[in-house]
Design a protein around this ligand. Sequence first.
Ligand SMILES: [Zn+2]
Length: 230
Amino acid sequence: MNRNFTVICAAFFMCAVLIVVYLCPVFPGATTVSAEYDGEKMIFLTFDDGPSDRVTPRVLDVLKEENVPATFFIIGKNAETRKNLIKREIAEGHTVAVHSYSHDYKEIYRTPESLIEDIDKCNKVLFDCAGVRSDLYRFPGGSYGLSAKLIDAVTKHGMRYVDWNASTRDAEIYKPTATQLLNASLTTPANKNRVVLLAHDSTTKTATAEALRDIITAYKSMGYKFEKFY
Ligand SMILES: [Zn+2]
């Protein structure tokens, strides 16, 4: 019995050795791919609060010239009268997702129901513009510090939400220069390999449009790949 057991163990061991030897040429490649994937530098450019006549077309021009995708979290109220900009965002390969209809914190965060109503209203505008709805969402102000009740309501409604881990700080700095926004874009990620950069394409954010090319160039030179959310 013991002998048989030993033979079986030995056979298993030999098989294991053979499998490892056989697969050996594959493993280094697979490991490398996996290591590259784990550590791959990628940046997601995200623009909130658009579209606007003044800033969104400039942002889209730069993205096109630099051939990089982005994700736009729109305000339904702004999109209603700017359907062509939403259509252009989609036609040029970007993702258009839900941010808010009214962007009125007091109203939308009043109850879970008012939040869902706001999301659905924004999605209706998106549907009217482009014939699609999105299940991708960004909480106005981010999910940081919001009650579990509000967050649960959103996920139960079938929405996925995305925050950020880096910022142009274009909503914080008063009348920023393009250089300030570039610097913030480079310092706030603190060398993360997966950067989700917050920016805005609302009408006052002209410095964001101005800084965008330099931000893209800087990340390209650091070897980052540009991604959008789906
Ligand atoms: Zn916002």
